[in-house]
Design a protein around this ligand. Structure first.
Ligand code: SAH
Length: 393
């Protein structure tokens, strides 16, 4: 355990429960500085402020608690039990139709650096900080205690999410159990989850509610799902009664996944076809009026603030193509998952695209991340997913 003393006045944001200490706020550090070490944080008068994980970098401490309490079994059990209780309260856990949900969403669950997604009997755990990596076995043990027989397997996947320089030698693998059974249920639909090789924890759990809304609009429509990945939106569109569904992703592996997931839910259904193609190229080459329901859910165009300008141009360029080609009376679901692009900035990029296309466009819905990805009100940085549903005349 190390002690960190802040510069005068630098405890202000922490007093408002913002869960990060930036390196520039630190006056001095006492104790052996091992990355991932627990740190007790004090203000310049020596008053206790918080305890968290210390790490080299601009975010120096990720706060676990503002109470003066030990970070022990009881702490982890309490935090994880609170997370589970919240998921039961919103109806995604202990639900016969749904066993796919995010149990822990970092700062949103007062556990910065930790992500846990549940897929049926398997929890996929991801550390985004050195401290959480070091605690992984304690967290896994607590997870099993709290979840009891809800889960049998815990897969740890942090190979690509930890600071490269920390050189922790981490490997992906099971911390508990181990099963090749990977079919999970989301709102009654089945999905193969590839936590081993897939992006993030294997699935984009964060689009669940938006996929449900899409299902509602799919009846009788010709649907184009761009950046389809595992085909979440495609499968919902099919259940919603779409006339045809085309899925596009530049990754051939994603195209295999979407085909497998469609086959799992709608065997032999000829309404669906998938294409391994670049989205921009596909939109440029596709026929006018071929689709009247289009989904644009690209990867984050801006991973950092300095990429903002290009990201805005990217969103505009992408959306303008969809506006130009969508059939009159069509509906466009368009998203950004860039944390660096605000809701207003994204709306501006889409507005610019609409104006360039000359189409008349109305906003039907403003979408965001679902309730199992809560935003700590003191940590607005936790808001990342935004979307618009647009009616194009
Ligand atoms: N909509 C998906 C998640 C999309 S993730 C869901 O609901 O699960 C983004 C996807 O975009 C990835 O699968 C990636 O392979 C794909 N992608 C990235 N760049 C692309 C491009 N230029 N053209 C087409 N697909 C692209």
């Amino acid at each position: 355990m190390i002690k960190i003393y802040l510069k005068r006045g630098k405890d202000e944001s922490l007093r408002r429960f913002h869960p990060w200490v930036f390196s520039g706020a630190i006056q001095r550090i006492e104790g052996k500085q091992e990355e991932g070490e627990l740190a007790r944080v004090f203000n310049s008068d020596g008053e206790y402020i918080a305890t968290g994980h210390w790490q080299i970098g601009s975010i120096a401490v990720r706060v676990l608690t503002f109470d003066d309490e030990p970070i022990d079994e009881g702490f982890w059990d309490q935090r994880l039990a609170a997370a589970l209780e919240a998921r039961m309260a919103i109806g995604v856990a202990d639900n016969e139709q749904n066993n796919t949900y995010r149990l822990v969403h970092g700062e949103g669950d007062h556990l910065p650096g930790l992500i846990i997604d549940i897929y049926g009997q398997t929890a996929v755990m991801q550390a985004h900080s050195v401290g959480m990596h070091i605690c992984r076995n304690e967290v896994a043990a607590s997870l099993k205690r709290v979840m009891q027989d809800r889960i049998e397997h815990i897969f740890y996947k942090s190979e690509t999410t930890l600071p490269f320089k920390a050189d922790l030698g981490q490997e992906n693998g099971f911390l508990l159990g181990g099963s090749p059974d990977n079919i999970a249920l989301e709102n009654g639909l089945k999905f193969h989850i590839d936590w081993l090789r897939g992006q993030k924890t294997g699935f984009f759990v964060d689009q669940r509610e938006n996929r449900s809304l899409l299902e509602h609009y799919s009846h009788g429509r010709d649907v184009l799902n761009m950046f389809c990945y595992t085909g979440g939106f495609s499968v919902y569109a099919m259940r919603g009664g779409a006339r045809k569904v085309h899925s596009v992703d530049s990754s051939a592996k994603a195209v295999d996944l979407v085909n497998a997931n469609v086959e799992l839910n709608f065997p032999g259904d000829s309404r669906h076809e998938a294409f391994a193609e670049d989205a921009f190229k596909f939109l440029q080459q596709m026929e006018q009026d071929a689709y009247d329901l289009i989904i644009l859910d690209p990867p984050a165009f801006a991973k950092h603030k300095d990429a903002l300008h290009n990201a805005m141009k990217g969103y505009t360029r992408l959306n303008v193509r969809a506006f130009e080609k969508i059939r009159p009376g069509g509906i466009l679901f368009t998203f950004s998952c860039s944390q660096a692009v605000s809701k207003d900035q994204f709306r501006l990029a889409v507005f610019t695209a609409a104006a360039q296309s000359g189409r008349r466009v109305r906003i039907l819905h403003q979408l965001h991340q679902p309730a199992d990805h809560p935003i700590n009100i003191y940590h607005p940085e936790g808001e990342y997913l935004k979307g618009l549903v647009l009616y194009v005349e």
